[in-house]
Design a protein around this ligand. Structure first.
Ligand SMILES: [Zn+2]
Length: 227
């Protein structure tokens, strides 16, 4: 049976941080899911939230297609994602439904509240999903490995994405509203495509390959390795 890898992220376009790794796994026989926790409807300087929600939903579908992933939308409101039992159980339901071997999510110390909450929600849901007598729909499921995106201390896992950088860049370009927003706004003001090349080159340099993405394995859950 094919292995399953699931990425849980806060906003549309956050999947880009591991898009190379996901594209690589999709092309090596894994079933890949991307789960967006919120709609990202406040991520623009002028497009009204309801309209932006629609645009970003479509951009996610395009990005998932490029990466080779199946999209799932949980649908919380941007910037309002709460870390509580309701949101944890929503993620438990998804885990029990798609039964991933490997789960990837944000690091616990990221800059955005929705990112940090996603990280905590997913970390707890991964554990709770396996509780045999918990009254949540679906069969209990035990995840083999949990990874947080980004560099940790000593135990980083580098994934060589040299042959998959194009998917990462194309998936970012699919989020056209966000490329514009990131380039132009005073809040961000950088070119995300240039940033992708710089960051993956830097991580590639550290790993001895051309381009890489880096992950920190969860201390208690690392029984299945990224390719
Ligand atoms: Zn985000």
């Amino acid at each position: 049976m094919n292995k399953i890898i699931a990425l849980f992220v806060a906003h549309p376009d956050d999947e880009i941080f591991s898009a190379g790794t996901l594209a690589k796994h999709a092309r090596n026989g894994y079933k890949v899911f991307i789960i967006w926790m919120t709609n990202g409807e406040y991520g623009h300087y002028s497009i009204p939230p309801e309209k932006l929600k629609e645009i970003r939903h479509k951009e996610c579908l395009e990005s998932a297609k490029i990466i080779g992933a199946e999209p799932i939308f949980i649908g919380y409101r941007d910037a309002h994602l709460e870390y509580n039992m309701n949101s944890i159980l929503e993620v438990v339901k998804v885990i029990r439904r798609i039964k991933p071997n490997i789960v990837i999510t944000h690091a616990l110390d990221e800059y955005h509240k929705d990112h940090r909450n996603t990280s905590m929600i997913v970390r707890d849901a991964v554990f709770i999903a396996g509780l045999p007598t918990l009254e949540v729909e679906g069969e209990p499921h035990v995840v083999d490995s949990l990874y947080f995106y980004g560099k940790g201390l000593k135990t980083d896992i580098y994934v060589d994405i040299s042959d998959y950088l194009e998917y990462k860049i194309k998936a970012m370009e699919a989020h056209k509203s966000q490329v514009d927003w990131l380039r132009s706004t005073r809040l961000h003001g950088f070119d995300p495509i240039e940033r992708i090349k710089t960051v993956t080159s830097y991580h590639g340099l550290l790993a001895g390959v051309k381009y890489a993405e880096v992950f920190t394995p969860s201390k208690s859950l690392s029984f299945d390795f990224l390719l």
